[in-house]
Design a protein around this ligand. Sequence first.
Ligand SMILES: [Zn+2]
Ligand SMILES: [Zn+2]
Length: 116
Amino acid sequence: MVFCSNCGKELNDDANFCTNCGTRTPKGVNEGVSIPWVETEIKRDLDNALQKASKALDEGVRVARESLKEVAVEIDKELKSAKEKVRERSQPAYCAVCGQENTRSAKYCTKCGNKL
Ligand SMILES: [Zn+2]
Ligand SMILES: [Zn+2]
């Protein structure tokens, strides 16, 4: 006859667990009998942690993709406006009076002196 180390209940000699409180008996410990609910809890915690990590990873990837997209759109905008500026600058200004082709930066027509 053995007694439970936790609650003191009388147990059979071949008992691995206390029938009253579920504590492992020295025999159960010696034989390495695992506690089912502890294993289940550890497994559940692990699963939860894995799931959380996986979700965080997914979220991270999604956020990264979103910001990459935003950055790409910004770069595209900048490129377009830069191209626009280059095009504007390279386009000559024509004098309204004589039709002379003047540079954009010219304030007066190079040919007739008209204010551009
Ligand atoms: Zn007990
Ligand atoms: Zn002119």
